[in-house]
Design a protein around this ligand. Structure first.
Ligand code: AMP
Ligand code: MG
Length: 417
């Protein structure tokens, strides 16, 4: 077996082999979380014309010089302009138009006076304006949001709620985005049964397949859970053949050097060029990576924490890259360690950690015992705490790198205001 390589080296070698998926056209309602594959251009100015930011009166600021509640300016009202109608009249000296929010500013007017600063006179045919107004006040300018002909969103942009809004605002009901990767997931092991199935004393439940499917979904992929393959060449061959029709293959277990670890052998037999690495990390360690053509194949370790952490470090960035994302890594930030931690030098350790802010400072502690079979630690953790390979541990008070986990960003149960 070859010697250990670093986490960074394994990750970089994987990522340099990852190609972009093709493009597909989706309805706007399906575009959230996808990556834009085209440049969107504004077909016209937005807003398309100068318009009112308030309900009030469109006026000429010069007519209001010196107006006060005691000595209001009195203007003729020449028109009523609701939103959704173009003005027909020009506002001349001594004139105004009643105007609603969003309605186009009439020619001749240069300023809006809010309704609260006015008083109707002569049954609405005239209006008293009780304040002087700064020229241009409460007028929204044509094109202040989007300029006709200018790019609005560029390829590679992650489509969030604001991008959905902007796309709709330019009148598009569909967009071209990168295809989402379909990821086949295959658990392997003679000891495994599915949740809900009858469990014999010698058996354990396949948790990896389900956790990995959820991780795929969280990374924007489409999981295809193929269940369990036995530690048997024929069963593995049949199931891996099916798996290899997906965009990406992820297997769990059977990649160590145990007597029944056939995953790598069968993948090679099916035409996959496999590399097998011992990655200098804990949890994790054995990691098989290969390609069938451009199709990436990941053989993850079987221990539940190892498989999830390996997914985080190697599979997730690859899936994001394939789907066109520019930002493929979890955010890493410093936190002050609240306890001493011991690690084995020579391996990068990813401790399950709980990071919380106290007095404006991020503080980190571990979830407790760190065995790679202690899956509950992943549930308690909100971050992986990274101890570099050249350290034999870290002391309370030191700053440790924390890598945030989880899909929906950082949540809190403390009311923010
Ligand atoms: P292996 O890589 O096959 O040596 O498996 C390592 C450890 O992970 C063993 O204790 C397995 O029982 C456990 N394991 C393997 N596959 C799964 C799975 N799908 N779900 C939960 N535990 C598993
Ligand atoms: Mg096994």
């Amino acid at each position: 077996m070859n010697k250990s390589i670093s986490v960074r080296e394994a990750r970089d070698r994987i990522l340099e082999r990852i190609r972009l998926l093709p493009v597909e056209r989706v309805a706007l309602g399906e575009a959230l979380g996808r990556v834009l594959a085209e440049t969107l251009i504004a077909p016209r100015d937005q807003p398309p014309w100068d318009n009112s930011a308030m309900d009030g009166f469109a006026v000429r600021a010069a007519d209001l010089a010196g107006a006060t509640p005691e000595a209001p300016a009195v203007l003729d009202v020449v028109e009523d302009i609701p939103a959704g109608r173009m003005p027909k009249r020009t506002v001349g000296p001594g004139e105004s138009a009643r105007i609603m929010t969003g309605a186009p500013l009439p020619a001749g007017a240069d300023t809006i006076v809010r309704i609260e600063d006015t008083h109707p006179a002569e049954a609405g045919s005239r209006v008293e304006i009780r304040v002087a107004a700064e020229l241009g006040r409460d007028v929204r300018r044509a094109g202040e949001d989007l300029r006709a002909g200018a790019p609005v969103l560029e390829p590679g942009k992650l489509i969030g709620p604001a991008e959905i809004g902007v796309t709709a605002a330019i009148g598009r009901s569909f967009v071209d985005v990168l295809v989402r990767p379909v990821v086949a997931i295959l658990a392997t092991g003679d000891e495994l049964v599915e949740p809900g199935e009858r469990l014999e004393p010698h058996q354990i439940v396949n948790s990896n397949g389900h956790a990995l499917a959820a991780l795929v979904r969280e990374a924007g992929g489409v999981p295809r859970n193929l269940g369990i393959a036995r530690d048997d060449r024929n069963d593995l061959r049949a199931k891996l053949k099916r798996a290899l029709t997906a965009d990406v293959v992820v297997t769990s277990a059977g990649v160590s050097v145990g007597d029944h670890d056939y995953v790598k052998e069968i993948l090679e037999e099916l035409g996959t060029a496999m590399t097998f690495w011992k990655v200098a990390m804990k949890p994790g360690h054995p990691l098989a990576f290969g390609q069938l053509g451009d199709k990436p194949v990941f053989g993850l370790p079987g221990n539940p924490v190892s498989s999830m952490v390996s997914f985080e470090l190697f599979v997730r960035p690859a899936l994001l890259k394939m789907a066109g994302h520019r930002k493929v890594f979890r955010r890493v930030f410093g936190a002050i360690l609240d306890e001493d931690v011991k690690t084995h030098p020579g391996r990068t350790h990813f401790l399950r950690g709980i990071v919380e802010e106290r007095d404006g400072v991020a503080r980190a502690r571990t979830t407790g015992p760190q065995g790679s079979g202690i899956l509950r630690s992943m549930s308690l953790a909100n971050a992986l705490l990274v101890v570099p390979a050249d350290r034999a541990g870290m002391k309370a008070g030191e700053t440790i790198d924390a890598m945030y986990l989880g899909g929906g960003g950082v949540a809190s149960d403390a009311r923010p205001f």
